[in-house]
Ligand binder design. Structure first.
Ligand code: ADP
Ligand code: MG
Length: 312
């Protein structure tokens, strides 16, 4: 059966610098092209934590240097990261397609994700971004720029931004049109550029939308059949890292909810993936989600490994 599949790529699919990323993306492209070769419609989402951190750090360092480059707001840094990562991904996938004799267009859409300005997440920002500062510098940034700064594990002070939930995808019709016409689309990179609606305007807001939640949202909006979250582990575990650790091959909605409540999944890493998989699963009967590793994605899709979320 041909499926519409949203594939979410984690940090291990990309690289720490441009050279490394170009090389890594060659491997990342293979499981994606395997799916395309089988006739599935594939939409790709990726994370951007280290990349947007690097861009933000470089831009803020340069703005404070003798060169006095303009200060780059965080949403603009997110847009830059979508371009930088999308550029490598679309070329990596294009090349792998051509190597297998397939001429299929691949494109990245700079994507904005609409959030609620009043999302409770904004009252307790949790995501550290950018450089480390001294206490004095941090105090100055709080008073001059109104940033939220926290002490990060004894390493110094860092700016923190909120992680609001995705409500809608501004470019969803464009993505839909491209997918319907057989294009491979890279979208909501890094969870999307967070924006809120202000009349006809979309206004960027410094925040980080979790790419796992954003991938579930775009999968829902595109009426996808299947959400595949590729990360560093082959399966989801309960009692992760403990002697009684147990790797799971499948999870029903009820089991996932119970394990979430019992605290089996780490916040900021596995929890958002399980929550995103669950949300997608429950959004419409027949939808499936899979969490597995990039390396094992072929086997995972064939049903021999990974953690499959199914309604029963
Ligand atoms: P990504 O960059 O793909 O989003 P993350 O590091 O955010 O990756 O999340 C994946 C990591 O979550 C795994 O590599 C693993 O170390 C960790 N993890 C936390 N809890 C669990 C769990 N219960 N089962 C499996 N992995 C878990
Ligand atoms: Mg993550």
């Amino acid at each position: 059966m041909k499926n519409k599949i949203v594939v979410a790529l984690g940090g291990n699919a990309l690289g720490k610098n441009p050279d490394e990323q170009v090389q890594l993306v060659k491997h990342t492209a293979k499981p994606i092209v395997d799916l395309i070769a089988e006739g599935h419609e594939v939409i790709i989402v990726h994370g951007n934590g280290p990349q947007v951190g690097m861009i933000n750090l470089a831009m803020s360092t340069a703005s404070q240097s003798e060169f006095k480059t303009p200060e780059m707001p965080f949403p603009e840094c997110g847009a830059m990261s979508q371009g930088y990562i999308g550029y490598h991904l679309q070329n990596g996938i294009r090349e792998e397609l051509l190597n297998r004799g397939m001429s299929i267009p691949v494109a990245t859409v700079i994507t904005q994700v609409i959030v609620d300005k009043n999302d409770p997440a904004f009252t307790t920002p949790t995501k550290p971004i950018g450089a480390f500062y001294s206490k004095e510098e941090a105090e100055e940034m709080i008073s001059e720029k109104g940033y939220n700064m926290i002490e990060d594990a004894g390493r110094g002070y860092r700016r923190v931004v909120a992680s609001p939930l995705p409500i809608d995808v501004a470019e969803k019709e464009t993505v839909k049109t491209l997918v319907e016409n057989g294009h491979v689309v890279i979208t909501v990179g890094g969870g999307g550029i967070p924006v809120y609606r202000d009349g006809n305007a979309l206004v960027g807001i410094p925040a980080v939308i979790d790419k796992d939640f954003a991938s579930a949202k775009i999968a829902e909006l595109l009426n996808a059949d299947y959400l595949i979250i590729l990360t560093a582990v082959e399966k989801v575990a309960i009692n992760f890292g403990k002697p009684e650790e147990k790797w799971l091959s499948s999870l029903s909605a009820e089991e996932a909810e119970r394990y979430i409540a019992e605290g089996h999944f780490a916040q900021g890493s596995m929890l958002p993936k399980v929550q995103a998989a669950l949300k997608f699963l429950k959004s419409k009967p027949g939808r499936k989600a899979l969490i597995t590793s990039l390396e094992k994605s072929k086997e995972g899709i064939e049903g021999t490994t990974g953690t499959l979320f199914v309604n029963n």
